[in-house]
Structure formats: structure tokens, C-alpha cells
Design a protein around this ligand. Structure first.
Ligand code: BGP
Length: 484
């Protein structure tokens, strides 16, 4: 028998500023790296941008009204840094502060718990152009100042805070694969920027504990379990390597203040391990800088096998020529970017799970595995801060019958229920996403929302909100504490 979800379980939904707000140049907002990136030709699907997005900035009351109608208990949103501090490090913009006060008040008036993300990738452009963004320690200072402004302004109103969204994703995409700003193909820069984000994260968590003693704070990390392709011990070893490289590399630093030894050694051997000063180590290892809970974004896991490239070369007795070309520094394009060859493991397909139209594996059991692994290792409460299905929804007779999304979410709710029964301390679930919104690279056609937004390719749509079938389903889930 499965236990019901706890009574105070935070049934929620998520969003992020750049993906919904629009009003890109209004009320004193400064530009972010995403404003620039989406305006350069060829960077996103059909060159879509977030200038208008779903215009949540002007429609927030209507959106909160819909959340209340659904019975939502929590709403995760992000603050646009450049709305608060337009150039990232100077003057505070009162209009920006006012917007989020209004939003939070509206949520509270409807008994919806705000979950505030401080950084969901939209770095103020000035910090990138003047200081090289996260590659510079100036950005650490600027982030700390920004965080302190948020704590002072919203510390009394918001209990749940998220520092950084998917640090693993934005550093890899931005610096290694070049598919997000700043569009670099430089793995050394990636690990350096990543180290700086770690320092920034630790410092603001520590400040938070002093400034907002009653709140709870943690990062949102994009986690997927890693499966070995076979029970060949070499594949199992490759899976261990991949877990270290994909997951522990971040979570160990957040929760233990240490980089895991194995990957650290690999990076050091390749000459791409950033310098960690004694002062840095002290900051990272300060227990006051450890999170109170972990936000986990779960979409899918991954499957790996031992590095066949190395093996092939071995087989051909080719003096391992391949190793002389540093595989870490290869810059694969297209498909290969999704399936990089690194010496520690190779990514392969999992034949046991279905996939979405965009090739994302659908693996609810993986969510239970993820929750168990993370809870076992770090012993912290967990909130699922993202999970959902991207699909091409069709409007028929004014309705959106997204049964595929309902099935997807139902299976994941069941997996959470099982994880709770297993003993995991799971405190909430914020499905991605409440409304349809801008998918970073896929424009507006890849939809995730419970609420359809008539986008009609960005600028010309009516932006009319239409609750989908999944809206009524989730409403029922919430009302029945997880039984639908
Ligand atoms: C996560 C991001 C979200 C959201 C989601 C879906 O990585 O944190 O912001 O975009 O993925 O991704 P996509 O829109 O690429 O399908």
C-alpha cells in the first residue's frame, strides 16, 4: 500500500522570468545575455525571442487567478536580475522591485507559497560584456550584492528560495557546447565559470542564513540517474564515472564543499581543473554555506558504456593516437553534441524507455531512483522544482486534450509517491510549467504548460490563456492529496 502525500506537500508549478515575462525593455529593465543572444540570427528555433513571451509582466494577475482556480499550493518563478539591477552591479531599479512585491503579494493573497529562484540564466548583459560574466570574480561580487537586495526586499515574504537553476546545464551549454550564451566552445572556461558560480552560490547561501533565518534555501539541480548499458563491469565503471562527472561534480560541492576526487584528478591531468584557492575552499566548506534542501529538476536519466573510442584504438594497436587529441576539447556539432565522446564514458541510447518528439527519455522510475540516490547521499529534504512533458499541443474546438501529458505526469506522481513510501523526505513538486512559455532553443511550439497560451509565433498572438485537460486533472490531484 502506498501512503498518501503529506498534508502540507507543496503541489506547485514552475516558470522562469525570461521564458514568461516579456516587457524586455520596460520599466527600467536592463538587457540580459539572453536578450542579446535571441536577437542574433540563427541562435534559436525560428529566431524566437522573449521580448513579449507570454507577457506575464502585464498578465500576472490573470495568471495568479488561474493558479488559484487550480488550487495550486506553490508557484516557482525567477527574478530577472537585470530588472532589479539593470547593469548587474549598480543602482537598484524600484520598478523592478515593485513588480515582484506585487506578484508575491498576489500569490500570498491566494494562499500560494512563492518559491523564488534568484538566477535562471538571464545574466545582466553588462556583466558579460564588461567583465566576461561568470569567468570573472567580479560577477561573484555582483551576484552577492543582488542576492542581498533580494533578501532585504523579500526575506519577510518568501520562505522557499532557489539560488541557481541548473548550474550544470547553463555552464555546459554556454561554455562547452556553445548553444547558450556566451556561446563558447571552451571547456576550460566552463570549469572556471562553474567554479565561480560555486563560490557565488556558497556565499549567498551563507548570507541568507544570516539575513533570512526563517527561510529555506538551496540550488535547483538538473539530475538524472546514470545506467550502465550492460553488466559488463567496464560499463558499470563507466556509469560510475559518468555519475561523478554529471552529478557529483555539482552536488558534492553544494552539500559537502568538496569536488569529488576522481573527476578532479581527470581534470587536473588534462590541465583544465580551475584553481581552487585556500580561501575558496574555506568558503565552500563552511557548513553555513550548505543548502537547507535540494531543488531537483528531473526530466530523464542517461545510459553509458565504456569509452569505445579508446577501445577501438586499442584494438587497432594504433599507439592510442586518439588520446593525443584531447577528447575533452573536441567540439562536436549537431547530434554529436548530444552524445559527446569523453574518455570516461560514452553516452548511448536506452532501449527500455520511450522518448518524446524531442528525443527526451520518458522514465518515471528514473525519478524514484534519482530521489533515492540523492536522499541517501545528502540526507536533505528534496523539492522537485521541475518535471514535465514538452509537446506540440493542438487546439480542437477551443480545447486542448493533452492526455499524453496527463499520463506522463501521472506516472511521475506515482514515482514520487513510491519514493516517499521508500522513505525519501520529499516536500514538494513543481511541474514544469504552469503556462506555456518560451522554450530556450525551441521557440513557442514545444509546450509544457497546464495552461495553453495562444502564441501564434510570438508577437501577433492574442496571448489568450486556455486551461488544458491537464489543468483539471492536476486540480483534482491537488484536491485529493495526490490521488486522482
Ligand atoms: C530546464 C530549464 C527550464 C526549461 C526546461 C525545458 O533545463 O531549467 O527553464 O526550459 O528545461 O527545456 P526545453 O524548453 O529546452 O524543453
Amino acid at each position: 500500500k502506498l501512503d498518501n502525500f503529506p498534508k502540507d506537500f507543496l503541489w506547485g508549478a514552475s516558470s522562469a522570468a525570461y521564458q514568461i515575462e516579456g516587457a524586455a525593455n520596460e520599466d527600467g529593465k536592463g538587457p540580459s545575455i539572453w536578450d542579446k543572444y535571441t536577437h542574433e540570427k540563427g541562435n534559436t528555433y525560428k529566431d524566437t525571442n522573449g521580448d513579449v513571451a507570454i507577457d506575464h509582466y502585464h498578465h500576472y494577475k490573470e495568471d495568479v487567478e488561474l493558479m488559484a482556480k487550480m488550487g495550486l499550493k506553490a508557484y516557482r518563478f525567477s527574478v530577472a536580475w537585470s530588472r532589479i539591477i539593470p547593469d548587474g552591479k549598480g543602482k537598484v531599479n524600484p520598478k523592478g522591485i515593485e513588480f515582484y512585491h506585487n506578484l508575491i503579494k498576489d500569490l500570498r493573497d491566494h494562499n500560494i507559497e512563492p518559491v523564488l529562484t534568484m538566477y535562471h540564466w538571464d545574466l545582466p548583459l553588462n556583466l558579460q560584456e564588461k567583465y566576461q560574466g561568470w569567468e570573472s570574480r567580479e560577477t561573484i561580487k555582483a551576484f552577492r550584492k543582488y542576492a542581498q537586495v533580494l533578501y532585504r526586499e523579500f526575506g519577510d515574504e518568501v520562505k522557499y528560495w532557489v539560488t541557481i537553476n541548473e548550474q550544470n546545464v547553463f555552464t555546459s551549454m554556454g561554455y562547452r557546447w556553445g548553444t547558450h550564451p556566451p556561446k563558447k566552445h571552451d571547456i576550460k572556461a566552463m570549469f572556471l565559470a562553474n567554479h565561480h558560480v560555486n563560490i557565488a552560490n556558497a556565499l549567498v547561501v551563507k548570507d541568507f542564513h544570516q539575513m533570512v533565518p526563517d527561510g529555506l534555501i538551496g540550488p535547483s539541480f538538473g539530475y538524472g540517474p546514470v545506467y550502465p548499458k550492460t553488466c559488463d563491469p567496464n560499463d558499470v565503471l563507466a556509469a560510475l564515472n559518468a555519475q561523478d562527472f554529471n552529478d557529483n561534480w555539482w552536488l558534492d560541492v553544494y552539500c559537502r564543499g568538496k569536488y569529488p576526487f576522481f573527476t578532479k584528478k581527470q581534470l587536473t591531468d588534462l590541465g583544465i581543473m580551475p584553481e581552487v584557492t585556500a580561501e575558496d575552499q574555506k568558503i565552500l566548506e563552511d557548513p553555513e554555506a550548505y543548502p537547507d534542501y535540494l531543488g531537483i529538476n528531473y526530466y530523464h536519466g542517461g545510459t553509458v558504456q565504456q569509452n569505445r573510442l579508446e577501445k577501438q584504438v586499442d584494438d587497432q594497436k594504433d599507439e592510442r593516437k586518439f588520446n593525443k587529441v584531447d577528447p575533452y576539447l573536441m567540439q562536436p556539432k549537431g547530434d554529436k553534441a548530444q552524445n559527446p565522446e569523453v574518455p570516461m564514458f560514452n553516452n548511448v541510447e536506452n532501449q527500455y524507455v520511450d522518448k518524446t518528439k524531442w528525443g527526451w527519455e520518458i522514465d518515471p522510475t528514473g525519478m524514484r531512483i534519482a530521489l533515492r540516490e540523492i536522499y541517501e547521499k545528502y540526507q536533505l529534504p528534496i523539492m522537485i522544482t521541475e518535471n514535465g512533458l514538452g509537446a506540440l499541443d493542438i487546439v480542437k474546438d477551443g480545447k486542448i486534450n493533452d492526455t499524453y501529458r496527463i499520463n506522463y505526469l501521472k506516472d511521475h506522481v506515482k514515482a514520487m509517491k513510491e519514493a516517499i513510501t521508500d522513505g525519501v523526505d520529499l516536500i514538494g513538486y513543481c511541474a514544469w510549467s504552469f503556462t506555456d512559455l518560451l522554450s530556450w532553443l525551441n521557440g513557442y511550439s514545444k509546450r509544457y504548460g497546464f495552461v495553453y497560451v495562444d502564441q501564434n509565433d510570438n508577437e501577433n498572438g492574442s496571448l489568450k490563456r486556455i486551461p488544458k485537460a491537464s489543468f483539471s486533472w492536476y486540480k483534482q490531484v491537488i484536491a485529493s492529496d495526490g490521488n486522482d
